[in-house]
Design a protein around this ligand. Structure first.
Ligand code: CA
Length: 243
């Protein structure tokens, strides 16, 4: 049996977009499921367990934000938000409720498929499918610093030996930082490595993810000791955090 094809759930209410996406993604060899409102998106997600969700933020019945929140209570499936130009607030809120990435309308199919492949490559099933443990991700490595343990093979974070669920992008970001302890990682370097070269270098996305990570791993997120800010440059993961 050949590998399962990638199934994409497209939650979108604009017919012209639905047509273009269905056609474009099918051309890339992906199977497309369509939900035309937020409630339907959750129903189809439950029934069909898609590999990735393309989630428009402005949906009838239930907004993309609410859909994302609901799904995140139960699943870490990769979610790419689709936002309208100029709706920066929505974008930030979307990332805060757990979306992995976003695209801004109008976008090219090339950009979209690159984003989809990037999030899939790093998800556990995606890596298996590609037969390449995502570049730089290493194999079954246990990264332990202070009270934090990251199991890169099992995609597991433990803080003080308690498991903490982590969306994909936060996991990748933490993995990158913990793999380079005490090294200043510039914002551009981080965005490039975690979001990929197709991403228009967006430091707001990075900052939101850092904030979310800190809330999960720092004893006091307002005074971070693991992930410290290097003013004007980027971030650094401290191998000997001050307690
Ligand atoms: Ca819409």
């Amino acid at each position: 049996m050949t590998k399962n094809e990638t199934t994409v759930l497209v939650a979108e209410d604009e017919e012209s977009f639905i047509d273009a996406l269905t056609l474009g993604l099918a051309k890339e060899g992906m199977k497309v499921l369509v939900a035309r409102d937020g409630r339907e998106a959750i129903e189809i997600w439950k029934e069909s367990s898609p590999d990735v969700i393309l989630l428009d933020l402005m949906l009838p019945k239930l907004s993309g934000i609410d859909v994302c929140k609901e799904i995140r209570t139960q699943s870490q499936v990769p979610i790419i938000m689709v936002t309208a130009r100029g709706s920066e607030v929505d974008t930030v809120v979307g990332l805060e409720v757990g979306a992995d990435d976003y695209v801004v309308k109008p976008f090219s199919m090339r950009e979209l498929t690159a984003r989809i492949r990037a999030v899939l490559r790093r998800s556990p099933t995606g890596a298996e499918e590609k037969g390449e443990a995502a570049a730089g991700a290493g194999n079954s490595e246990l990264l332990c610093i202070g009270a934090i343990t990251l199991d890169t093979a099992r995609h597991e974070l433990r803080v003080n030996d308690k498991p903490v669920p982590l969306p994909l992008k936060e996991f990748e970001l933490l993995e990158l930082l913990m793999s380079n302890p005490n090294r200043v990682m510039t914002r551009d370097m981080i965005v490039d490595r975690v979001w990929g070269p197709f991403h228009t270098s967006d430091t707001k996305t990075l900052d939101v993810h850092i904030k979310r990570l800190r809330s999960k791993i720092e004893p006091d997120p307002s005074k971070p000791t693991y992930i410290t800010t290097v003013r004007g440059l980027g971030y650094r993961f401290e191998s000997r955090p001050e307690q």
